[in-house]
Design a protein around this ligand. Structure first.
Ligand SMILES: [Zn+2]
Length: 243
């Protein structure tokens, strides 16, 4: 049961996982796929808690803007995170395959484009980048996954985005603020000129510490942007948009 589950983080298991030909616990991941939710982490947690699972969507991890990391499935169990294929550009995707049977999926909280069904506070752009807490948390999760699966070698074929299997409806997933190169650099520290990686422990400790221990990291988090009057990030009970 604990195989493929990351220690030191929350586990909220989804039952919306698995395939008859790749049952739970039997998947060999070929890549880690990042997503943007176009929504909030709380929704991922609600879906994962459904018994029986009514929503046919899942991912291995969800990560909040505040750095909260929740794992929803073993990394050796396929989730239902990217089943549709449209004009794929991911070189390692086997011909005709369902990507879900070959990837670990990470959902990140927030919006890279105007959402169709949610109210939202802000959309990631140059003035509203991913929070440092979310970047560090996804770095920690990637580092742990790559440690668990020694066959994974950091590259643009193994640190991938949803747009690489669905260039049509997911072209902004995870969007242009996705810190892909930073993640690859953390995973591949031996190349000349690349920054030293933070240790997994250090990253997790930061991600879980919130503001209480940030001084340990010599790091001051930016406040969430509040330039859109009437909206604030921590008000998660956002009503559905009226049509
Ligand atoms: Zn996605």
């Amino acid at each position: 049961m604990t195989r493929g589950w990351m220690d030191g983080i929350e586990h909220i298991e989804s039952l919306a996982v698995g395939y008859s030909d790749v049952p739970a616990g039997s998947m060999l991941p070929l890549a880690v796929m990042s997503h943007i939710m176009q929504g909030y982490q709380r929704t991922m947690i609600q879906w994962a808690q459904e018994r029986p699972p009514a929503t046919q969507k899942s991912a291995h991890f969800s990560i909040g803007r505040d750095g909260r990391i929740v794992q929803h499935a073993s990394i050796f169990t396929p989730t239902w995170t990217a089943g549709r294929v449209n004009a794929p550009t991911w070189a390692l995707l086997p011909a005709g395959a369902n990507p879900n049977k070959h990837i670990v999926g990470i959902e990140h909280e927030g919006f890279s484009e105007e959402p169709s069904t949610y109210g939202h506070d802000y959309i990631y752009d140059d003035e509203h980048p991913w929070s440092d807490a979310m970047v560090l948390a996804t770095g920690a999760v990637h580092e742990w996954i790559f440690e668990q699966v020694p066959l994974l070698v950091p590259s643009e074929d193994t640190v991938i985005g949803h747009f690489m299997v669905d260039a049509s409806t997911r072209s902004n997933d995870p969007g242009d603020q996705w810190p892909r190169q930073k993640i690859i650099d953390w995973l591949a520290p031996t190349q000349t000129g690349k920054p030293e990686p933070l240790s997994t422990l250090q990253l997790i400790r930061y991600a879980l510490s919130g503001s209480a221990h940030v001084n340990d990291m010599h790091f001051t988090p930016e406040p969430y942007p509040t330039d859109r009057p009437g909206r604030e990030y921590h008000r998660l009970d956002i009503p559905r948009r009226q049509q």
